[in-house]
Design a protein around this ligand. Structure first.
Ligand code: SF4
Length: 349
Protein backbone atom coordinates (compact mmCIF):
# COMPACT_ATOMS: atom_id res chain seq x y z
CA UNK A 1 0.00 0.00 0.00
CA UNK A 2 1.13 3.53 -0.69
CA UNK A 3 1.73 6.02 2.09
CA UNK A 4 -1.01 8.45 3.01
CA UNK A 5 -0.69 12.11 2.13
CA UNK A 6 -3.02 14.73 3.57
CA UNK A 7 -4.32 17.23 1.03
CA UNK A 8 -6.59 19.78 2.67
CA UNK A 9 -9.61 17.95 4.05
CA UNK A 10 -8.92 14.71 2.20
CA UNK A 11 -6.22 12.06 1.81
CA UNK A 12 -4.40 10.64 -1.18
CA UNK A 13 -2.96 7.14 -0.87
CA UNK A 14 -2.77 4.75 2.06
CA UNK A 15 -6.07 3.10 1.17
CA UNK A 16 -8.06 6.33 0.78
CA UNK A 17 -10.65 6.17 -2.04
CA UNK A 18 -9.09 6.98 -5.42
CA UNK A 19 -9.91 10.64 -6.00
CA UNK A 20 -10.83 12.33 -9.27
CA UNK A 21 -9.09 15.58 -10.15
CA UNK A 22 -9.43 18.12 -12.86
CA UNK A 23 -7.85 21.43 -13.80
CA UNK A 24 -9.75 24.64 -14.52
CA UNK A 25 -9.31 26.00 -18.06
CA UNK A 26 -10.71 29.53 -17.80
CA UNK A 27 -7.99 32.21 -18.30
CA UNK A 28 -6.27 32.66 -14.96
CA UNK A 29 -7.02 36.43 -14.79
CA UNK A 30 -10.79 35.78 -14.96
CA UNK A 31 -11.64 35.41 -11.28
CA UNK A 32 -15.42 35.05 -11.66
CA UNK A 33 -15.10 32.65 -14.58
CA UNK A 34 -12.77 30.43 -12.58
CA UNK A 35 -14.97 30.50 -9.50
CA UNK A 36 -18.00 29.57 -11.62
CA UNK A 37 -16.15 26.68 -13.24
CA UNK A 38 -14.77 25.53 -9.89
CA UNK A 39 -18.31 25.30 -8.51
CA UNK A 40 -19.40 23.40 -11.62
CA UNK A 41 -16.64 20.79 -11.34
CA UNK A 42 -17.31 20.40 -7.64
CA UNK A 43 -21.01 19.82 -8.42
CA UNK A 44 -19.99 17.28 -11.09
CA UNK A 45 -18.19 15.26 -8.41
CA UNK A 46 -14.55 16.41 -8.55
CA UNK A 47 -12.66 15.49 -5.38
CA UNK A 48 -9.72 17.83 -5.97
CA UNK A 49 -9.24 20.72 -8.38
CA UNK A 50 -6.19 22.45 -9.76
CA UNK A 51 -5.68 26.04 -10.78
CA UNK A 52 -2.85 27.34 -12.98
CA UNK A 53 -0.81 30.07 -11.32
CA UNK A 54 1.28 31.55 -14.15
CA UNK A 55 1.67 35.04 -12.63
CA UNK A 56 0.86 37.23 -9.65
CA UNK A 57 -2.63 38.09 -10.90
CA UNK A 58 -3.55 34.42 -10.84
CA UNK A 59 -2.95 34.35 -7.08
CA UNK A 60 -6.18 36.34 -6.63
CA UNK A 61 -8.01 33.73 -8.67
CA UNK A 62 -6.50 30.93 -6.62
CA UNK A 63 -7.61 32.61 -3.41
CA UNK A 64 -11.15 33.24 -4.68
CA UNK A 65 -11.51 29.64 -5.90
CA UNK A 66 -10.26 28.30 -2.58
CA UNK A 67 -12.85 30.39 -0.71
CA UNK A 68 -15.67 29.27 -3.03
CA UNK A 69 -15.27 25.48 -2.89
CA UNK A 70 -15.05 22.88 -0.15
CA UNK A 71 -12.76 20.47 -2.04
CA UNK A 72 -8.95 20.79 -1.88
CA UNK A 73 -7.33 23.21 -4.30
CA UNK A 74 -3.94 22.62 -5.94
CA UNK A 75 -1.77 25.43 -7.31
CA UNK A 76 -0.02 24.52 -10.55
CA UNK A 77 3.39 26.16 -10.74
CA UNK A 78 5.99 26.24 -13.47
CA UNK A 79 9.32 28.08 -13.31
CA UNK A 80 8.58 30.68 -10.61
CA UNK A 81 9.19 29.35 -7.10
CA UNK A 82 7.95 32.61 -5.55
CA UNK A 83 4.49 31.94 -6.92
CA UNK A 84 4.57 28.54 -5.22
CA UNK A 85 5.41 30.15 -1.90
CA UNK A 86 2.72 32.79 -2.27
CA UNK A 87 0.16 30.18 -3.32
CA UNK A 88 0.57 28.59 0.11
CA UNK A 89 -0.26 31.96 1.70
CA UNK A 90 -3.35 32.20 -0.49
CA UNK A 91 -4.69 28.90 0.81
CA UNK A 92 -3.47 26.22 -1.63
CA UNK A 93 -3.75 22.72 -0.17
CA UNK A 94 -1.16 21.25 -2.50
CA UNK A 95 1.47 22.66 -4.82
CA UNK A 96 2.24 20.98 -8.11
CA UNK A 97 5.81 21.58 -9.18
CA UNK A 98 8.21 20.01 -11.59
CA UNK A 99 11.56 20.10 -9.76
CA UNK A 100 13.24 20.02 -13.19
CA UNK A 101 11.94 23.48 -14.11
CA UNK A 102 11.71 25.34 -10.81
CA UNK A 103 15.21 26.77 -11.09
CA UNK A 104 17.57 24.71 -8.95
CA UNK A 105 17.88 23.01 -5.57
CA UNK A 106 17.84 26.26 -3.53
CA UNK A 107 14.46 27.24 -4.92
CA UNK A 108 13.03 23.76 -4.45
CA UNK A 109 14.26 23.95 -0.84
CA UNK A 110 12.46 27.26 -0.27
CA UNK A 111 9.18 25.90 -1.66
CA UNK A 112 9.42 22.74 0.41
CA UNK A 113 10.20 24.66 3.61
CA UNK A 114 7.08 26.76 3.07
CA UNK A 115 4.89 23.71 2.39
CA UNK A 116 6.28 21.85 5.41
CA UNK A 117 5.61 24.79 7.72
CA UNK A 118 1.99 24.97 6.55
CA UNK A 119 1.09 21.29 6.21
CA UNK A 120 0.73 21.67 2.46
CA UNK A 121 1.32 18.66 0.20
CA UNK A 122 3.45 18.67 -2.94
CA UNK A 123 2.97 16.86 -6.21
CA UNK A 124 6.11 16.34 -8.16
CA UNK A 125 5.05 16.08 -11.75
CA UNK A 126 7.54 14.42 -14.01
CA UNK A 127 6.71 14.87 -17.65
CA UNK A 128 8.30 13.50 -20.84
CA UNK A 129 8.46 17.03 -22.25
CA UNK A 130 10.53 18.46 -19.40
CA UNK A 131 12.93 15.71 -18.43
CA UNK A 132 16.31 16.75 -17.01
CA UNK A 133 19.10 16.99 -19.62
CA UNK A 134 21.33 14.48 -17.81
CA UNK A 135 18.64 11.81 -17.92
CA UNK A 136 17.87 12.57 -21.54
CA UNK A 137 21.48 12.01 -22.48
CA UNK A 138 21.79 8.93 -20.25
CA UNK A 139 18.72 7.22 -21.78
CA UNK A 140 18.71 8.92 -25.20
CA UNK A 141 14.96 9.66 -24.97
CA UNK A 142 12.28 10.18 -22.30
CA UNK A 143 11.87 6.43 -21.82
CA UNK A 144 9.78 4.98 -18.97
CA UNK A 145 13.05 4.14 -17.18
CA UNK A 146 14.26 7.73 -17.53
CA UNK A 147 10.95 9.13 -16.27
CA UNK A 148 10.92 6.72 -13.35
CA UNK A 149 14.47 7.68 -12.41
CA UNK A 150 13.56 11.36 -12.58
CA UNK A 151 10.60 10.78 -10.24
CA UNK A 152 12.72 8.74 -7.81
CA UNK A 153 15.34 11.52 -7.80
CA UNK A 154 12.64 14.10 -7.11
CA UNK A 155 11.23 12.29 -4.10
CA UNK A 156 14.76 11.66 -2.73
CA UNK A 157 15.51 15.36 -3.06
CA UNK A 158 12.41 16.11 -0.98
CA UNK A 159 13.28 13.37 1.51
CA UNK A 160 16.71 14.97 2.01
CA UNK A 161 14.74 18.05 3.06
CA UNK A 162 12.77 15.88 5.51
CA UNK A 163 9.63 16.22 3.42
CA UNK A 164 7.44 13.18 2.82
CA UNK A 165 4.03 14.72 2.06
CA UNK A 166 4.58 14.03 -1.61
CA UNK A 167 2.40 12.72 -4.42
CA UNK A 168 4.07 11.72 -7.68
CA UNK A 169 2.96 11.84 -11.29
CA UNK A 170 4.85 10.55 -14.31
CA UNK A 171 3.14 11.54 -17.51
CA UNK A 172 3.72 10.94 -21.18
CA UNK A 173 1.30 11.09 -24.09
CA UNK A 174 2.00 7.42 -24.87
CA UNK A 175 -0.32 4.95 -23.19
CA UNK A 176 2.27 2.15 -23.17
CA UNK A 177 5.08 4.34 -21.80
CA UNK A 178 2.79 5.85 -19.16
CA UNK A 179 1.72 2.45 -17.90
CA UNK A 180 5.29 1.14 -17.92
CA UNK A 181 6.67 4.19 -16.10
CA UNK A 182 4.06 4.02 -13.33
CA UNK A 183 4.53 0.26 -12.93
CA UNK A 184 8.28 0.74 -12.64
CA UNK A 185 7.93 3.51 -10.08
CA UNK A 186 5.37 1.68 -7.99
CA UNK A 187 7.63 -1.39 -7.83
CA UNK A 188 10.33 0.79 -6.25
CA UNK A 189 8.50 3.34 -4.13
CA UNK A 190 5.45 3.64 -1.89
CA UNK A 191 4.66 7.29 -2.61
CA UNK A 192 1.05 7.78 -3.71
CA UNK A 193 0.55 8.19 -7.43
CA UNK A 194 -1.42 10.73 -9.40
CA UNK A 195 -2.08 8.88 -12.65
CA UNK A 196 -2.96 10.26 -16.04
CA UNK A 197 -1.95 10.50 -19.67
CA UNK A 198 -0.73 13.93 -20.68
CA UNK A 199 -1.95 15.67 -23.84
CA UNK A 200 -4.43 12.82 -24.18
CA UNK A 201 -6.38 14.56 -26.92
CA UNK A 202 -9.93 15.53 -27.67
CA UNK A 203 -12.89 14.17 -25.78
CA UNK A 204 -13.24 10.99 -27.84
CA UNK A 205 -9.59 9.98 -28.25
CA UNK A 206 -8.59 11.37 -24.86
CA UNK A 207 -11.15 9.28 -23.03
CA UNK A 208 -10.06 6.18 -24.97
CA UNK A 209 -6.34 6.71 -24.25
CA UNK A 210 -6.97 7.58 -20.63
CA UNK A 211 -9.25 4.57 -20.15
CA UNK A 212 -6.64 2.25 -21.63
CA UNK A 213 -3.82 3.60 -19.44
CA UNK A 214 -5.70 4.31 -16.23
CA UNK A 215 -7.76 1.13 -16.50
CA UNK A 216 -4.58 -0.98 -16.82
CA UNK A 217 -3.00 0.71 -13.82
CA UNK A 218 -6.09 0.76 -11.59
CA UNK A 219 -6.80 -2.91 -12.21
CA UNK A 220 -3.20 -3.59 -11.11
CA UNK A 221 -3.91 -1.64 -7.92
CA UNK A 222 -1.78 1.32 -9.04
CA UNK A 223 -3.09 4.88 -8.72
CA UNK A 224 -4.33 6.92 -5.76
CA UNK A 225 -5.74 9.91 -7.60
CA UNK A 226 -6.34 10.49 -11.28
CA UNK A 227 -6.96 13.08 -13.91
CA UNK A 228 -8.37 12.42 -17.35
CA UNK A 229 -6.74 15.23 -19.36
CA UNK A 230 -8.99 16.25 -22.22
CA UNK A 231 -9.11 19.06 -24.73
CA UNK A 232 -12.63 19.57 -23.44
CA UNK A 233 -14.37 21.03 -20.42
CA UNK A 234 -13.12 20.04 -16.95
CA UNK A 235 -16.64 18.82 -16.13
CA UNK A 236 -16.18 16.22 -18.90
CA UNK A 237 -12.83 15.25 -17.35
CA UNK A 238 -14.51 14.66 -14.01
CA UNK A 239 -17.34 12.64 -15.55
CA UNK A 240 -14.84 10.50 -17.48
CA UNK A 241 -12.71 9.94 -14.37
CA UNK A 242 -15.71 8.81 -12.35
CA UNK A 243 -16.84 6.46 -15.12
CA UNK A 244 -13.36 4.89 -15.36
CA UNK A 245 -13.40 4.24 -11.61
CA UNK A 246 -16.89 2.75 -11.84
CA UNK A 247 -15.91 0.58 -14.81
CA UNK A 248 -12.94 -0.75 -12.82
CA UNK A 249 -15.23 -1.52 -9.86
CA UNK A 250 -13.39 0.97 -7.66
CA UNK A 251 -16.20 3.48 -7.14
CA UNK A 252 -19.82 2.60 -6.61
CA UNK A 253 -22.70 4.24 -8.39
CA UNK A 254 -25.13 3.53 -11.17
CA UNK A 255 -23.78 1.72 -14.20
CA UNK A 256 -25.94 1.97 -17.27
CA UNK A 257 -25.45 -0.77 -19.83
CA UNK A 258 -27.26 -0.76 -23.14
CA UNK A 259 -27.51 -3.13 -26.06
CA UNK A 260 -25.82 -2.21 -29.35
CA UNK A 261 -29.23 -2.50 -31.13
CA UNK A 262 -29.86 -4.61 -34.19
CA UNK A 263 -32.53 -5.28 -36.77
CA UNK A 264 -34.96 -6.37 -34.01
CA UNK A 265 -34.88 -2.96 -32.26
CA UNK A 266 -38.27 -1.23 -32.05
CA UNK A 267 -37.50 1.46 -29.44
CA UNK A 268 -35.13 4.44 -29.30
CA UNK A 269 -32.37 2.78 -27.24
CA UNK A 270 -29.84 5.56 -27.81
CA UNK A 271 -32.04 8.31 -26.44
CA UNK A 272 -33.36 6.14 -23.58
CA UNK A 273 -29.84 5.09 -22.57
CA UNK A 274 -28.60 8.68 -22.61
CA UNK A 275 -31.58 9.87 -20.57
CA UNK A 276 -31.11 7.01 -18.10
CA UNK A 277 -27.44 7.94 -17.68
CA UNK A 278 -28.34 11.55 -16.98
CA UNK A 279 -31.13 10.53 -14.60
CA UNK A 280 -28.81 8.30 -12.56
CA UNK A 281 -25.67 10.46 -12.69
CA UNK A 282 -25.87 11.36 -9.00
CA UNK A 283 -26.81 7.87 -7.77
CA UNK A 284 -24.23 6.63 -5.27
CA UNK A 285 -25.59 3.13 -4.82
CA UNK A 286 -24.10 0.32 -6.90
CA UNK A 287 -26.94 -0.45 -9.27
CA UNK A 288 -26.68 -1.84 -12.78
CA UNK A 289 -29.38 -0.71 -15.16
CA UNK A 290 -29.86 -2.13 -18.65
CA UNK A 291 -31.49 -0.38 -21.57
CA UNK A 292 -32.34 -2.99 -24.18
CA UNK A 293 -33.78 -2.81 -27.65
CA UNK A 294 -36.30 -5.63 -27.86
CA UNK A 295 -38.83 -7.43 -25.74
CA UNK A 296 -37.90 -10.94 -26.85
CA UNK A 297 -34.17 -10.96 -26.09
CA UNK A 298 -33.68 -7.82 -23.95
CA UNK A 299 -34.64 -9.05 -20.46
CA UNK A 300 -32.76 -12.33 -20.87
CA UNK A 301 -29.61 -10.75 -22.35
CA UNK A 302 -29.47 -8.28 -19.46
CA UNK A 303 -30.22 -10.79 -16.71
CA UNK A 304 -27.19 -9.70 -14.67
CA UNK A 305 -28.54 -6.13 -14.42
CA UNK A 306 -30.48 -5.14 -11.29
CA UNK A 307 -33.08 -3.34 -13.39
CA UNK A 308 -33.77 -2.85 -17.03
CA UNK A 309 -36.11 -1.36 -19.53
CA UNK A 310 -37.08 -2.38 -22.99
CA UNK A 311 -40.05 -2.16 -25.26
CA UNK A 312 -41.32 -1.56 -28.74
CA UNK A 313 -44.30 -0.34 -30.72
CA UNK A 314 -45.40 2.04 -27.95
CA UNK A 315 -45.20 -0.49 -25.11
CA UNK A 316 -42.53 -0.40 -22.40
CA UNK A 317 -41.42 -3.10 -19.99
CA UNK A 318 -39.51 -2.73 -16.74
CA UNK A 319 -37.62 -5.79 -15.63
CA UNK A 320 -35.74 -6.79 -12.50
CA UNK A 321 -32.90 -9.32 -12.85
CA UNK A 322 -34.42 -10.57 -16.08
CA UNK A 323 -38.03 -10.87 -14.79
CA UNK A 324 -40.66 -8.48 -16.10
CA UNK A 325 -42.22 -6.50 -13.23
CA UNK A 326 -44.26 -3.83 -14.99
CA UNK A 327 -45.76 -3.04 -18.36
CA UNK A 328 -46.29 0.66 -19.14
CA UNK A 329 -46.69 2.98 -22.08
CA UNK A 330 -43.35 3.61 -23.80
CA UNK A 331 -43.56 7.29 -22.83
CA UNK A 332 -43.81 6.32 -19.12
CA UNK A 333 -40.85 3.98 -19.15
CA UNK A 334 -38.28 6.26 -17.53
CA UNK A 335 -40.66 7.35 -14.76
CA UNK A 336 -41.47 3.73 -14.01
CA UNK A 337 -37.77 2.82 -13.91
CA UNK A 338 -37.01 5.74 -11.61
CA UNK A 339 -39.69 4.58 -9.16
CA UNK A 340 -37.95 1.17 -8.84
CA UNK A 341 -34.49 2.73 -8.52
CA UNK A 342 -35.68 5.08 -5.76
CA UNK A 343 -37.18 2.17 -3.83
CA UNK A 344 -33.89 0.30 -4.26
CA UNK A 345 -31.80 3.28 -3.16
CA UNK A 346 -33.73 3.75 0.07
CA UNK A 347 -34.12 0.04 0.86
CA UNK A 348 -31.07 -0.48 3.07
CA UNK A 349 -30.75 3.01 4.45
FE1 SF4 B 1 -30.90 -6.79 -30.76
FE2 SF4 B 1 -32.68 -7.18 -28.83
FE3 SF4 B 1 -30.09 -7.87 -28.42
FE4 SF4 B 1 -30.74 -5.30 -28.53
S1 SF4 B 1 -31.44 -6.78 -27.01
S2 SF4 B 1 -29.04 -6.29 -29.61
S3 SF4 B 1 -32.39 -5.31 -30.01
S4 SF4 B 1 -31.52 -8.79 -29.89
Amino acid sequence: MTRRVKVGNTFIGGGAPVSVQTMLDVPSYDVDGNVGQALAVQAAGADVLRVAVPDKDALKTLEAVKKAVSIPVVADIHFDYKLAIESVDRGADKIRINPGNIGGAEKVRAVIAKCAANGVAVRVGVNSGSLEKELLSKYGAPTPEALCESALNAVSLLEELDFFNTVVSIKTSSVADTVKAYRLFSSQSDYPLHIGVTEAGTERTGVIRSSAALGSLLLDGIGDTLRVSLTASPVKEVQAGIEILKACGIRSGAQVISCPTCGRTRIDVKSLAEQTERMLAGCKKPVKVAVMGCVVNGPGEAREADFGITGGDGVGLVFKRGEIVEKVRESELLDALLKYIKEYETKDE
